[in-house]
Design a protein. Structure first.
Length: 227
């Protein structure tokens, strides 16, 4: 599918489950994606790709992607009024997220997959990011929340005030006992990451933004994070 524009369309329960498939030059403006998913969990060569595309002002309701490669994609002002957008085991190159975006979760391939297959996808991720091209640009993104465990933090262009960088090497031997339990759990996940760095996002739209920002910026004082 190439060079198609959709304006104020409502898509419900769409599934793209087969590859290879390339969505190229797709523009979605307004409307809603309800319970839509792009999924492939069989091929670590990532046969489903979304490239040179954009989505703007579209409500993302209970939608997800698993095992998809995104390149040169821009997402602008796409709220998530219900569950977060889940992006499991996906690859990103030159993807720009900006405006109000609600909640997003970037995670590894689902644990329901066999270990050998998850390992193959993890190795593919390392090879993909080894070229050093930036993965995400979130400098103008306003999240309610965002978790970014499945991509290297050094390849994320970010706002240093609210999007901190944590390096695994700084966690070695660090005393985390004085930190909130939620922060401790997050840092333990960082320590298990296959990548050397992870971005910690403090959502500007989260209800207790100022308090959360102050708490997480303590990680800079402790030498665990950098702005």
């Amino acid at each position: 599918m190439t060079n198609v524009t959709y304006e104020d369309r409502e898509f419900s329960h769409l599934r793209l489950l087969e590859g290879p498939r390339t969505l190229d030059g797709i523009s979605v403006r307004g409307g809603e994606l309800l319970d839509c998913a792009i999924v492939q969990v069989d091929d670590p060569d990532y046969p489903i790709r979304v490239i040179d595309s954009e989505i703007t002002g579209t409500r993302l309701v209970n939608s997800a992607a698993i095992g998809v490669r995104f390149e040169d994609v821009t997402v602008t002002d796409c709220p998530t009024p219900a569950d977060p957008v889940y992006l499991d085991g996906c690859l990103f190159r030159h993807v720009i997220l900006r405006g109000r975006l609600g909640s997003w979760i970037f995670d590894e391939m689902p644990k329901t997959l066999p270990d050998y297959r998850r390992k193959a996808f993890a190795e593919a991720e390392k090879r993909f990011y080894a070229d050093g091209e930036y993965a995400l640009d979130i400098t103008e993104a306003v999240f309610e929340s965002a978790s970014m465990f499945s991509l290297p933090g050094d390849l994320v262009r970010r706002d240093p005030e609210t999007q901190l960088l944590v390096r695994k090497e700084r966690l070695a031997g660090a005393d985390l006992s004085m930190l909130p339990r939620s922060t401790q759990r997050w840092l333990k996940r960082v320590a298990r990451s296959p990548f050397d760095s992870t971005v910690l996002v403090v959502g500007r739209d989260e209800p207790e933004f100022k308090e959360s920002l102050a708490a997480h910026r303590q990680l800079i004082d402790l030498g665990i994070a950098e702005d």
